[in-house]
Design a protein around this ligand. Sequence first.
Ligand code: HEC
Length: 490
Amino acid sequence: MTNQCVSLMSKVMLSIGIFSGASGVLADSADDSISRGKQVYSQQCAACHQQKGQGIPGSFPPQKEHTADLFNANGGIGGRDYLAHVLQYGLTGSIEVEGTSYNGNMPAWGGSLSNQQIADVLNYVLTAFGNRERLSRAFQPYTADEIDSVSGKDLSGKQVYQLRQAVVGNQGRSSGPTASQEAPAVSATATVSLDQAMPQPVYAAVQKSGVVERLPSKSTWPGVKGAHYDALSPDGRRLIVSGFKTGNVYIMDTDNGDIQASIAIGEVAQGVKVSPDGRYGLAVAPTQGIVAVIDMKSLSLVKKIPVGKTPHNLIFSKDGSLAYVTLQGEGALAVVNMTKLSKQRTIPTPGLDSPHNIDISEDGRRLWIRDFIGHVGVLDLDSEKVLKVFKVGAGHGGIDVIPNSRYVATGAISASRVTVIDADSLTVVANLEVGTGPHGVRASADGRYLYTSVTADNLIAIIDLKSLQVVHQVPVDGKFPFWVAVPGNP
Ligand code: HEC
């Protein structure tokens, strides 16, 4: 729908009084809210629910027409309140929409969008995609105050799922008792002790609580607001951590968690890495389309390298002379020359429209790329061709080429599984249930254990890569563990 069209539609609604009394602030008309909401939608929602709201069958439910039906529903807390809850707290469980099943995990937005932005995006969705015509009652736009009134309850996605059951009753899903719809139970055979499974420390960046936790000793280090991605220096003595929404990059001492520097690079900071020689830290600022170069001696920002549209994360070549940066907004990688500290060129990644996270094979000849919506691709650096694209769990996730192993592993934030791929035969060897919303994946340097940050269950799941079984689930001290850093496996 065009802007003009949205604005025309809301004018019509205004004139028939639907939006009357919508907002205490006169300047903030329903028009303004809807057009801001459109921006929020294309930046935050469209990657999954698609630009026209049509969704991806089996992975992401449609917003088209469906959201109005949810709004109209009368059971439980009512459709209007239900939608506010879904946006605040996310949703986890098996649902059915127009005959198609989804068993995913919608991220919570309470921590990353403001109340106003949540109100705006709901106002947009409910007046776009054929929803407006289906609303069964007068629509008063959501306000920031209304969203605020449902906040602070600290619900899980599974609890919102319970609310949904009452709201939509039998029109929402097919069959089966609620209990069986919960994330599959994980049989954690505790034959391996935690100390055995974590021979070296694992550093979890716990985003919503703004801490880094060192395991297995369970030291929790505060002061890292929005702790998002983290990476270790090659000597293991420093940790570089990105602040989601703060746009800061923090450098921490791995002995005691002291924050040695906090460097502003932009409004959001994404992937971080330290160069193999330990000289530079790189951090991605997606909205500016740059990679920030931090001198790891003076702990200062030395340069911002323009790389392209919506960069996300990066990996160094084995000799450290190049950095490969994923361009989520371009369907390509940027190649950065680390001597000149400038972008050299772009490598397209056909079959992967939104390259997100990335790792490199041990021989340095192949790049393994995880996209934003549910694929992994392997790119041969000699021919610069994508050799194969695998369908993996829905949503975005980390990717790790396991050291001393044939395996590559990836998470899936909108699902509950880690997919393991055999890099020699180029086949999927396992899909392991680990809990809801696994994102970060990193293996121990010896390649024996894989650590996965399970965002919605607030734990680190440990997979034994020999038996391909989950052997431990370690709760973290805080909410939304997003990423893990492991010594010897950058
Ligand atoms: C990472 C992918 C992803 C993103 C980004 C995302 N969603 Fe979702 N969303 C999902 C999934 C998956 C579900 C279904 C969850 C389930 O199966 O329980 C869902 C469910 C929903 C529902 C509830 C549908 C129902 O039938 O109850 C609404 C409403 C919704 N999303 C709106 C949004 C809006 C608005 C945004 C942007 C602020 C957004 N989503 C961003 C993946 C996503």
